[in-house]
Design a protein around this ligand. Structure first.
Ligand SMILES: *Cc1c(COP(=O)(O)O)cnc(C)c1O
Length: 375
């Protein structure tokens, strides 16, 4: 079976994890600090805070913009459900906006109708690694006092207006789950522009402790920490960070390989009537975290039949991005019509794309898709 995704892990990561174990310090410590510095340098930002997942990073971001009960936060329904759930964690109300059909992302045009006096923030997702128009959405929101948080879960290695995705956001959240490019097993990173907020979120990540456990350990004198607010245990371990440091060095090679394979998909699927595929946007380049294809509405083979056909031919593809508003967790949750979201979630699928995918495997995947849609 050709999987849809496979992490690109090797001996170097295994050695790095083993070295962390042998050091005797496995919780958040020097390797997490080093990973944070390396990630911040990669992005060209000042403050990166390693956390246990992108979901917990999003939770902290929403605390960082003071979102709470009575507030609304605009999110795409077309996203992994954690985007909307994080809004509920702080007691605020997720407001689902539709997305642009070509990029699967929110835009200033799709967000604008949902801004109300209660809107606290917008969570802008770089869906599948395709960069959202951060500047357009910021220009709409910030004059109205609405914060923009970038959910860059999928977007390590993506570029927007000449910089890494996330670099231009006041707050951004990344995921290191194995379904994304750079992986630490579980894990995430939060980047934050405001230095005072960085101090606060760094503390909230670790029980709101005034002095981190690692710093207390490093001190020759006894240090008494204090706890001024209710914090969380959202820490990353040094074993994860050790793996992350290796993965971060490999990121450019991962992105290059994915882009090369995506180019091959474009060629192999060229001319299939009505088929739309993931591609670079006007002002950025995708890391192709997900290579999605959108079937024409009159496709002779429907999406679910195509997934079944692919499975029968040894290919593990996936449905396209989910729509949160269609899940039981959001049953009865009011929302405006979301036609692009519903079309995308119904008619799209994600094809296998990973570092070790061979050209022969890729030819096979494309041939099955071509046959099904051209029939
Ligand atoms: C994967 C993903 C998340 C959740 O990431 P975790 O690290 O698994 O918590 C959040 N938002 C988006 C858009 C994602 O794709």
């Amino acid at each position: 079976m050709i999987p849809v995704m496979r992490p690109w892990l090797g001996e170097e990561e295994a050695e790095a994890a083993a070295a962390a174990v042998r050091s005797g310090w496995v919780a958040q410590g020097p390797r997490v600090a080093e990973f944070e510095r390396a990630f911040a340098a990669h992005l060209g930002v000042e403050h990166a805070i390693a956390v246990s997942s992108c979901t917990t990073a999003l939770h902290l971001c929403l605390i960082g913009v003071d979102a709470g009960p009575g507030d609304e936060v605009v999110v795409p329904s077309l996203s992994f459900i954690a985007t909307a759930n994080a809004v509920r964690y702080v007691g605020a109300t997720p407001v689902f906006a539709d997305v642009d059909l070509a990029t699967m992302n929110l835009t200033a045009e799709t967000v604008e109708p949902h801004l109300t006096p209660r809107t606290k923030a917008v969570v802008l997702v770089d869906q599948g690694g395709m960069p959202a128009d951060l500047e357009g959405v910021r220009a709409l929101c910030e004059p109205r006092g609405v914060a923009v948080i970038e959910d860059a879960a999928c977007a390590a290695g993506t570029r927007y207006r000449g910089r890494p995705a996330g670099a231009g956001a006041a707050l951004a959240a990344f995921s290191f789950h194995p379904r994304k490019l750079l992986t630490t097993g579980e894990g995430g990173m939060l980047t934050v522009a405001d230095p005072a907020l960085a101090v606060r979120l760094r503390r909230l990540r670790e029980h709101a402790m005034s002095v981190s456990a690692a710093d207390r350990h490093a001190s020759a004198q006894p240090v008494l920490e204090s706890y001024e607010e209710t914090g969380f245990n959202y820490r990353m371990t040094d074993v994860q960070a050790a793996v992350g440091l290796v993965q971060l060095r490999k990121l450019p090679e991962m992105v290059a390989r994915r882009r090369e394979l995506a180019e091959r998909y474009h060629k192999l699927l060229d001319g299939v009537p009505g088929l739309v595929t993931a591609a670079d946007t006007q002002d950025g380049t995708t890391n192709y975290q997900s290579f999605w294809v959108l079937l024409p509405e009159d496709s002779p083979t429907g999406r679910d039949d195509l997934l079944a056909l692919l499975a029968a031919r040894g290919v593990s593809a996936r449905r396209g991005i989910m729509a949160s508003h269609l899940e039981g967790a959001y049953a009865g949750h009011p929302h405006a019509p979301l036609p692009a979201t519903e079309r995308l979630t119904r008619d799209s699928l994600i094809l296998p794309l990973f570092h070790q995918l061979t050209e022969t495997e890729q030819d096979h995947v494309a041939a099955v898709v071509r046959e099904a849609v051209e029939r």
